[in-house]
Design a protein around this ligand. Structure first.
Ligand SMILES: Nc1ncnc2c1ncn2[C@@H]1O[C@H](COP(=O)(O)OP(=O)(O)OP(=O)(O)O)[C@@H](O)[C@H]1O
Length: 328
């Protein structure tokens, strides 16, 4: 386990922050922490990297208690709000950051460090701009420089707080590719974000924070409850079958007609919690003289899930509180 937190809590004088956060991040995964603005994501990250002390709870990071200097040695961190010395060049900022890590001055000037600096500039798409002053960088380029700083000392665990917030779609795509490459090298990445497409594209596991509380943890497919909603193509369909089927369905199941053609073909949207319930529906259809041709699982869209988890659709919440990876 790279990171394990147990009930981490921080309450600001304003009464907000985050409470009782218990998470486990395994080696080699990209873990996404999602949540709306003000959910408490950065507060959690700051406790993990040792910038804030928790009011309660504990955590182990790379085998040491969080906040311990040893646990930070293997950590790369891109803060949400970054600001660099604008009079320095990108290369100078990186060398300065190497020095801040405790590296002797001579080593920060070594040829090994010069080539590592070139490498992280290349990895983050800044290879041709390393000798330009930061004041001439765009916001997106400064964010890339922050990413280069986080990667500079080849950390085992990389925590990125909104790494793509200033990037254009190409930049976001490049960062996603970089994260995948880091994972393939065995690194572990913790991604704090509200960019749903990033989470959907790269995260192995996701946690959802809302109003400082952990609401859900699981893989994308667990969280989106793949398998509870199905699209079913049938033949021999008659409009009155909808009411007949509905009357015989098991508790929690439902059927709605999406399309129906004059030749008796139809597509149904079915809520069923397992394949046995689909088998039961097949039997009902056969009893009514209809034929089941195709069954396709339908995945909920991440955006809809995000909205419902953020309290924008309470009725959707209530119907999805079951199973592993569900709401907490
Ligand atoms: N230093 C602080 N003092 C007082 N309140 C704070 C402080 N930092 C954050 N908060 C409050 O704590 C809550 C969580 O903030 P936090 O920055 O952790 O959320 P977040 O999920 O990272 O938000 P965003 O996605 O907007 O960056 C918010 O209500 C915020 O106003």
């Amino acid at each position: 386990m790279i990171l394990k937190t147990d009930g981490l809590s921080k309450t600001y004088s304003s009464g907000t922050g985050c409470q009782n956060i218990s998470l486990e991040i395994k080696q080699g995964q990209i873990f996404g922490l999602l949540g709306p603005n003000g959910a408490g994501k950065s507060t959690f990250v700051k406790m993990v990297v040792g910038l804030l002390s928790p009011d309660a709870g504990s955590g182990m990071l790379l085998g040491k208690p969080i906040g311990h200097p040893e646990s930070r040695r293997e950590l790369g961190y891109l803060p949400e709000l970054f600001r660099f010395q604008e009079w320095l060049t990108g290369e100078e900022v990186l060398r300065y950051h190497a020095g801040l890590s405790g590296m002797p001055y001579s080593q920060t000037r070594s040829s090994g460090m010069a080539s590592r600096i070139k490498e992280v500039l290349r990895m983050t798409g800044l290879n041709s701009r390393g000798s330009d002053r930061v004041r001439h960088y765009s916001k997106g380029m400064q964010q890339r420089l922050g990413l280069a700083c986080a990667l500079l000392l080849d950390p085992t665990f990389i925590i990125l707080d909104e790494p793509s917030s200033a990037l254009d779609p190409i930049g976001r795509y490049e960062v996603r590719q970089l994260l995948e490459r880091l994972r393939s090298e065995g690194k572990t990445v913790f991604l704090n974000t509200h960019l749903l497409e990033d989470v959907e594209a790269v995260c192995d596991e996701v946690a959802f924070l809302h109003l400082g509380q952990l609401r859900a943890v699981g893989t994308m497919s667990e969280l989106l409850h793949a398998g509870t909603s199905w699209e079913i193509a049938v033949g021999g369909w008659e409009p009155e079958l909808e009411a007949d089927l509905t009357a015989d369905l098991l508790p929690g199941m439902s059927v709605a007609v999406i399309r129906h053609a004059a030749d008796g073909s139809a597509v149904l949207r079915v809520v069923a919690h397992n394949r046995e319930q689909i088998g039961y529906l097949n039997r009902l259809l056969m009893e009514q003289g209809a034929t089941l041709y195709e069954v396709k699982p339908v995945q909920e869209r991440l955006e809809e899930w995000f909205l419902s988890m953020s309290g924008q659709s309470d009725s959707a919440d209530a119907s999805r509180a079951d199973g592993k990876g569900g709401k907490r």
